[in-house]
Write a protein that binds this ligand. Structure first.
Ligand code: SF4
Length: 332
């Protein structure tokens, strides 16, 4: 029915609204039998499935082991209780004031939103208490006061959730305020949007990232070469054309990307797309993700193999986050 109302949503917002939100629908789209997948449907409040069609299109049909599917499909393995895997693995709430996480000396992380373009089953913030800890509370003012109160802080990292879930108007409002802080020279954006919903990189965002007051660094999050299709490539080219520096961080995930050939293919695909592989993160031990864990010796061996196969600038650093440390710990 045409109500005569204008639809004001951007293309990416509409795509997010139409995203798949139930295992049943996802499995049907991929022509998979539920009995072959151990799928289960978490309650709405417990990190339910969320995946846009644009990402599902890059999954193989009738393959329960597809590496993209494994990252987003809730399975019964999540219900296992495994010692050492907790709801707050990085103890982040101890380092947050007014939505700003201050763990490192020169960088501060601003929790811009709880919304994401996809729910990654291994996400260390899947149980994070966003409602008490967002920087958007009070129209950013308290968070900005935190960022501006020390000359040590030179770089603001927009995180979440995914900060590109904010509309361009809201992002512009925030970036304009950050630009006024004299101590801040660099704005870093941690985002999975350009990989999951590449049309998020629209003209409004490009215009915003073309502003020259701050150096802009975008760290995307891709775990597998199969995620990078032509639309992702195009979005990276567009971002790169604004002078934005592009890096990628991945999480090492069992059965998704834990072999040297897959990691090599990912690094090469990223480089073709003007993105430098930056970190390969050891899984943070969040409850429900133990089935993704890769043995640490295997992880080190993978990096050794990558060093033989790739030039040094395409080998990501194998890192682990340790609560209370002043930087990520480099393992290899
Ligand atoms: S997009 Fe990032 S923050 Fe959101 S669920 Fe995935 S890993 Fe977590």
């Amino acid at each position: 029915m045409n109500t005569g109302k204008k639809n004001n949503k951007e293309g990416w917002q509409q795509a997010l609204q139409n995203a798949i939100r139930s295992p049943k629908e996802l499995l049907k789209t991929l022509e998979l039998e539920p009995k072959n997948t151990q799928a289960y449907d978490p309650k709405r409040t417990e990190f339910p499935l969320l995946v846009p069609h644009s990402f599902v299109k890059r999954m193989r049909k009738r393959d329960p082991k597809d590496p993209l599917l494994l990252q987003v499909l809730p399975t019964k393995k999540e219900q296992l209780s495994v010692p050492g895997f907790t709801r707050n693995p990085l103890l982040e709430t101890s380092f947050i004031t007014n939505g700003v996480v201050k763990k490192y000396l020169s960088r501060a992380l601003l929790l811009a939103t709880e919304a994401c373009p996809v729910h990654c089953r291994y996400c260390f913030r899947r149980f994070f208490p966003y409602s008490n800890n967002l920087a958007s509370t009070g129209n950013w003012e308290n968070a900005l006061a935190e960022l501006g109160n020390t000359d040590e802080t030179r770089e603001v990292i927009l995180s979440g959730g995914d900060p590109l879930s904010l509309s361009n108007r809201r992002l512009e409002e925030l970036i304009t305020k950050i630009e006024l802080l004299k101590n801040i020279t660099t704005l870093r954006v941690h985002t999975r949007f350009p990989v999951i919903l590449p049309n998020r990189v629209d003209n409004g965002l490009l215009k915003l990232f073309s502003r020259k007051k701050l150096k802009i660094v975008v760290v995307i999050h891709s775990n597998h070469a199969q995620e990078i299709d032509e639309s992702v490539y195009d979005s990276m080219q567009a971002l790169s054309s604004t002078g934005t520096h592009l890096f990628n961080q991945s999480v090492l995930l069992r059965d998704v990307n834990d072999n040297a050939s897959q990691l090599e293919a990912l690094s090469r695909k990223l480089f073709e797309s003007s993105v430098i592989p930056y970190y390969l993160n050891i899984l943070d031990p969040v409850e429900g993700s133990a089935h993704f864990e890769v043995d640490i010796n295997k992880a080190k061996q993978l990096i050794k193999e990558l060093r033989q196969r790739l030039p040094g600038y395409l080998v990501p650093r194998l890192v682990r986050e340790i609560p209370g440390e002043l930087s990520k710990k480099i393992i290899a």
